[in-house]
Design a protein around this ligand. Sequence first.
Ligand code: UDP
Ligand code: MG
Length: 171
Amino acid sequence: MEQTFIMIKPDGVQRGLVRLPKLFSLYLLFTFTYYVSDCVKLTGFLVHCDYLRFSSCLKLITVDRAFAEKHYADLSAKPFFNGLVEYIVSGPVVAMVLEGKGVVTTGRKIIGATNPLESAPGTIRGDYAVDIGRNIIHRSDAVESARKEIALWFPEGIAEWQSNLHSWIYE
Ligand code: UDP
Ligand code: MG
């Protein structure tokens, strides 16, 4: 099953766009789903993609400069690179892996364009951000980069599992 790496950037975390669920007593998957979906609309993400799920532990993590530079290595020649690295190390981020049919493409669509001003209303960046350097959320741009990013952010590996709902969503 296709996987993508999603990260709520420090501004998304500081702005309270990732919140604890109101109903702690619910089944763990549900709890995890709502943990991120409450405000950044990953509920929509889950619904629109037929069936996506967290395929690993979702984690809150503060990364250092070297790590951020590695994550954005392909942008190291860009004039905004230093500012970008400062931004990513400026506070904790929420890192996660989502899994599902077509999840990389769907993730891109739902999160929207790099510049929030060019992101359609209804996309996460379009609805919650204004400036390109404060666009609150990252998603992998291709299956191959997703693989690299997942290996970087989850060196401990991914907990594989399959929900009992699987055959009700996939034919
Ligand atoms: N970025 C920026 N200024 C720019 C272009 C990008 O600050 O002119 C930041 C922005 O936070 C973006 C990140 O660098 O999300 C990575 O850039 P990329 O082109 O990979 O955009 P993304 O894949 O995140 O849409
Ligand atoms: Mg990118």
